[in-house]
Ligand binder design. Structure first.
Ligand SMILES: Cc1cc2nc3c(=O)[nH]c(=O)nc-3n(C[C@H](O)[C@H](O)[C@H](O)COP(=O)(O)O)c2cc1C
Ligand code: SF4
Ligand code: SF4
Length: 319
């Protein structure tokens, strides 16, 4: 019998969603690596956006064997919408759950991003045996160049496949709890939560706005409304950046907090295109690691400056 896995994910700008899709593909594929320990097991994976889960009247009646929760790291923790989702889950009856988080860096403090979620899941009687942080392009404050974003995306595909293989093999993977980092991160997280509400109120549209309504439909929290044919933002924002980067005419700005928005915008579609194009549109380079200069075999993108700090991440599939 096929094992059913439900992955509920939140993704502001598409990074987490892209990684979830790779995990689904890897889970459902029947290649030899995936079946290393359990040759008969088949999997069906359902991906569901957090906002759709919250809007679903039947969410308490969903049936699944294993639960996955995926989200971007926001100030070393989870976005509030994930807590809302967990509070609405049916009783887990000690079922297994796993966590995936994407972030713009692999610094150790990001590994604390699952702590609160794990505690909340425990209350709902889900047992988290596996958590994994996968780095994608940063969509906030400091962005990377296109080539580096593509390279992170390539590595993310390999790491997602590895994650699915380990989950199929029932392997456990939990990050060590570092109290100082956890408490420091908690402080930032609460500042960011307040900051997000403020950010929402400070958003405005420039004269370029065509009132197309795309941002209204895109916002996961219903923070954007149209009043007297004007686009208005309120205080329910989670600072996911979706509206800002998806506006077709780049008309959304923030009074005072504009520096949090990447000047060049952020597009996962563009990154995926860049990463696939480099490899002829399909196969990715299966080697994560490079030589000591940080150059990946067959890849012209040398790691320079800050990105050299990622050598360890590219070197080791477990990081
Ligand atoms: C409000 C906000 C806070 C963030 N905080 C962190 C952080 O603490 N650490 C980090 O490495 N990346 C941080 N990021 C970057 C995102 O975690 C990263 O780009 C993620 O992959 C975005 O995923 P998404 O496209 O699914 O939303 C933050 C992004 C936003 C918008
Ligand atoms: S997506 Fe951009 S152009 Fe369309 S209504 Fe929103 S701000 Fe205006
Ligand atoms: S207003 Fe924009 S940044 Fe805030 S939650 Fe909605 S889509 Fe995300």
């Amino acid at each position: 019998m096929a094992q059913s896995i439900l992955i509920i994910y939140f993704s502001g700008t598409g990074n987490t969603e892209a990684v979830c899709r790779h995990i689904k593909t890897a889970f459902e594929s029947t290649d030899a690596t995936g079946q290393a320990n359990d040759k008969c097991e088949q999997y069906t994976v359902t991906l569901m956006r957090a906002e759709d889960y919250l809007a679903c009247d039947e969410n308490q009646n969903m049936t699944f064997d294993q639960l996955g929760i995926a989200y971007p790291v926001h100030a070393f923790s989870s976005p509030p919408i994930i807590e809302q989702v967990i509070r609405q889950l049916p009783n887990g009856c000690d079922r297994a759950a796993f966590l995936l988080y994407t972030a713009g860096d692999f610094v150790r403090i990001n590994q604390m991003a699952g702590r609160k979620v794990i505690a909340l899941l425990r209350k709902q009687r889900y047992k988290v045996n596996y958590e994994r942080l996968i780095v994608m392009g940063s969509n906030w404050l400091i962005g990377y160049d296109d080539a580096f974003n593509s390279r992170l995306y390539q590595a993310a595909q390999i790491k997602a496949e590895h994650m699915a293989t380990q989950l199929k093999q029932k392997r456990e993977h939990r990050y060590h709890f570092v109290p100082v980092m956890h408490h420091g991160g908690w402080l930032f997280h609460h500042m960011e939560k307040l900051g997000a509400k403020l950010f929402g109120r400070l958003l405005y549209t420039t004269d370029a706005c065509t009132r197309c309504g795309k941002c209204l439909k895109a916002c996961p929290t219903g923070n954007i409304q149209r009043k007297n044919d004007q686009i208005q933002f309120r205080g329910k924002c989670q600072m996911c950046m979706r509206c800002v980067y998806q506006c077709p005419v780049n008309a959304i700005r923030s009074h005072g907090l504009q520096w949090m928005i990447l000047k060049k915008g952020y597009s996962i579609e563009k990154i995926i295109k860049g990463a696939c194009g480099k490899n002829g549109g399909s196969a990715i380079d299966k080697t994560l690691n490079g030589n000591k200069d940080g150059n990946k075999a067959g890849d012209q993108t040398a790691l320079k400056g800050y990105s050299r700090h990622f050598i360890a991440y590219f070197d080791d599939i477990e990081r």
